[in-house]
Design a binder for this molecule. Structure first.
Ligand code: OGA
Ligand code: NI
Length: 353
């Protein structure tokens, strides 16, 4: 990535990371044993639902332990991911994303029109995944996205698929807890995910000689309802604090075997702003490479995203106009590929003034 930094990676001065990290109180750590052990006592369930609710409200981010995901399986995927990215660029490009399916390898993602210092491998939960062909409102044509099949490392696809099953289980439990915390029926969210557009991303952040100028991922909010992230022991993820203090960003220190959970834009809309999607970013490191694995829970393409009826009333009318998730997704896909001069699509574009 050259001695002189490619200007495409350089953040505007106000968005450059501060290099000295002062550690404020971290995001909440929540024990999920009441939903991962058999016969939990009802009072521990109630306490858990309360904890989830206040973490979603106050932070938008939290970590979980006793989450039920197999640690050896997670390690197996982390090892496979390392091996995949250690290949030559030429070999990785054999499974590049292309015009017909955005899954696979690529290293040119832009966040807010600045290039991210990272490379990724994306893999869809459902193969094939049904999505609109274009983002145009009046275009009804649909297409299938499919996954790529890397030959190296051996068994890569199977490991990813096995891991995705675990992510789906954990996501279901978390969505049930969130539903309860909002006073909704436990299975309220289930209908949106019968067909889904979820995917898993393997991130590799190579060492970067310009950690003061570039970011691994620029500040952004996740567009779906929920993200489940595994980070390694290097660190770099920062979350924007909701409540003003003398500090703006807080580092999420790596804690072994935990997952980092955050609510995204769709949860903000569904909950009519009760749970807000929070900005986050990834700092790069001049010496160490870093790996992370987010699982993005996304609903079916034909989901009409709007505040839930149960959570709105005369005194709290819907704050958003409905939008079609599939169209939003295609819009984002088209704009994350290249630098553009306009802001990409955001939920605030659907906000009712
Ligand atoms: C993302 C993201 C965080 C990380 O890919 O959307 O926020 O730590 N990643 O890699
Ligand atoms: Ni993110």
């Amino acid at each position: 990535m050259g001695v002189d930094i490619d200007q495409a990676f350089v953040q505007d001065p106000q968005h450059r990371p501060g290099l000295s990290i002062t550690q404020a109180q971290g995001i909440p750590l929540i024990d999920l044993s009441p939903v991962t052990t058999t016969n939990p006592c009802p009072s521990s369930m109630d306490a858990l639902v309360k904890e989830i609710g206040s973490a979603c409200k106050e932070w938008g981010f939290f970590q979980v332990i006793n989450h039920g995901v197999s640690i050896p399986l997670r390690e197996k995927l982390q090892e496979a991911s390392k091996k995949f990215f250690a290949q030559s660029l030429e070999d990785k490009k054999k499974v590049s994303r292309d015009e017909t399916s955005p899954s696979g390898y690529y290293d040119t993602e832009h966040t807010k029109n600045v290039r991210d210092w990272k490379e990724v491998f994306d893999f869809l939960t459902k193969d094939p995944t049904l999505v609109p062909l274009t983002s145009h409102e009046s275009d009804d044509r649909l297409v299938h996205w499919t996954n790529k099949s890397p030959h190296y490392p051996p068994g890569f696809r199977d490991i990813i698929k096995e891991y995705i099953e675990e992510m789906e289980k954990l996501a279901r439990k978390l969505m049930e807890l969130i539903a309860m915390s909002l006073g909704l029926e436990v299975k309220r969210f289930e209908e949106f995910f019968k067909e889904q557009t979820s995917f898993i991303r393997l991130n590799h952040y190579p060492p970067c000689p310009y950690p003061h100028l570039a970011l691994g991922v620029g500040r952004h909010k996740d567009p779906g309802p929920l993200t489940i992230l595994a980070q390694d022991d290097v660190g770099g993820l920062e979350v924007k604090l909701k409540h003003k203090t003398d500090q703006e960003w807080v580092r999420v220190e790596p804690t072994p075997n935990t997952y980092i959970i955050n609510v995204g834009d769709i949860m903000q809309v569904w909950s009519n702003d009760a749970y807000e999607s929070v900005e986050h970013r990834v700092m790069v490191n001049s010496e160490k490479e870093r790996f992370s694995i987010p699982y993005f829970l996304f609903p079916a393409h034909d989901t009409e995203v709007k505040p839930l009826e149960e959570l709105t009333n005369e005194n709290n009318p819907p704050k958003y106009r409905p939008y079609k998730w599939g169209k939003f997704l295609i819009h984002r896909k088209d704009s994350n590929f290249q630098k553009q001069n306009v802001e990409n699509i955001q939920i605030h574009h659907f906000k009712i003034a």
